[in-house]
Design a protein around this ligand. Structure first.
Ligand code: SF4
Length: 90
C-alpha cells in the first residue's frame, strides 16, 4: 500500500505534505506532486496536512480520482529520475 496524490494537487503543489513526510518520498512532477509507492511507509502524516485534500490512502481514493492510483505508479516508471520535492519550510 501507499498513499496517493490525486487531482486537487494539480496546479497547487502546496508541499506542506513534504515537510511532514519522514522518508522524503514525495516527488516534484510538472503539474503535481507524486508519492513513490516503494518508499512510502503508510504513516499517514501527509494526509491531514494537504490544504486541498488531495492525499488518500490507496484503498480510499474517491471514485472520481481512482485513475490517479495508476498515474501515481506510472509516473515513476516514466520519470525514474524525478526530483524529491523541496520542503515548503526548509
Ligand atoms: Fe510520506 Fe507517510 Fe505520506 Fe507516505 S504516508 S507519503 S511516508 S508522509
Amino acid at each position: 500500500m501507499t498513499y496517493i496524490i490525486a487531482e486537487p494537487c494539480i496546479g497547487v503543489k502546496d508541499r506542506a505534505c513534504v515537510d511532514v513526510c519522514p522518508v522524503e518520498c514525495i516527488y516534484d512532477g510538472e503539474d503535481q506532486l507524486w508519492i513513490k509507492p516503494e518508499e512510502c511507509i503508510d504513516c499517514a502524516a501527509c494526509e491531514p496536512e494537504c490544504p486541498v485534500t488531495a492525499i488518500f490512502e490507496e484503498s480510499a481514493v474517491p471514485e472520481q480520482w481512482k485513475a490517479f492510483i495508476a498515474k501515481n505508479y506510472e509516473y515513476f516508471v516514466q520519470h525514474p529520475d524525478a526530483p524529491v520535492a523541496p520542503r515548503k519550510n526548509p
